[in-house]
Design a protein. Structure first.
Length: 252
């Protein structure tokens, strides 16, 4: 895992959050999300405090709100599903702004929106403060199976190559006056997808042979590794420990 790979989700910086080892940030994020998921959806103030914790992390990492907002578009499907729940769920009905809504559906919608939003923001903050290559090093230090780590590594390194191949194929189709407009054009698009799969497979074979010729034995060398000091682990633990205090504060 040698060469770096800058992703549009990553925002370069030199803050304390950026400097934390990736395994520390990964562990902190996973623990925080587990705590959020374990929180009773009827504890509304707790979710406000969780959001305040993430806002503090964003401020410490100097991640502007606009940066987060643009990347939260990925949550739109969950929002649509949550908005539909009060109308589709059964049970006691409430009148809200002249609409008959399910009380259980409203609670379920709030549960999905609140927890999904906090999870998405936490993930965006992790990606914004950690280079993709460093994330892979972090999951490797967390003892994720080596095969899965290598698959993720190659996906990260070659996804842009595949996307560029798709772009060239699209340009080639359009240069021949083809533009997909309706279902009748699906066979052409399907053949293009098949051709892309074959090209990707052949590229993978060539890459594998090139690696074998350079001494690849089934494991990737780690060029730069940061084990993480006790102080760094303690700093990373601040987020989940504070979240635990919020959770336990409402249970006692």
């Amino acid at each position: 895992m040698a060469a770096g790979h800058t992703h549009r989700l990553y925002r370069p910086g030199d803050t304390a959050v950026h400097r934390l080892p990736p395994q520390c940030k990964l562990t902190s994020m996973i623990a925080f999300i587990v705590i959020v998921v374990a929180t009773d959806p009827r504890r509304f103030p707790a979710f406000g405090l969780y959001a305040l914790l993430l806002a503090t992390v964003a401020a410490a990492a100097r991640i502007p709100p606009a940066f987060l907002a643009r990347r939260m578009v990925v949550e739109v499907p969950f929002v649509i599903f949550a908005v539909a729940l009060p109308f589709l769920s059964q049970g006691e009905r409430l009148t809200v702004l002249g609409l008959q809504l399910s009380a259980d559906g409203l609670l379920a919608a709030w549960n999905i929106l609140a927890k999904a939003t906090l999870g998405v923001i936490a993930s965006i903050l992790l990606a914004a403060t950690t280079e993709p290559r460093a994330l892979l090093l972090g999951v490797q230090r967390m003892r994720l199976p080596a095969l899965l780590t290598q698959i993720a590594t190659f996906m990260l390194r070659y996804v842009d190559v595949i996307v560029d191949e798709m772009r060239r194929m699209r340009i080639a189709r359009e240069s021949r006056a083809f533009v997909a407009k309706d279902i009748r054009h699906l066979p052409v698009v399907a053949r293009s997808a098949g051709a892309l799969f074959i090209r990707s497979y052949e590229r993978g074979e060539r890459v594998h042979l090139a690696m074998l010729s350079r001494g690849y034995t089934g494991t990737m060398p780690i060029i730069h590794d940061v084990p993480g000091s006790a102080a760094q682990w303690a700093l990373a633990a601040t987020l989940p420990m504070t979240a635990i205090a919020v959770l336990l504060g409402g249970l006692l």
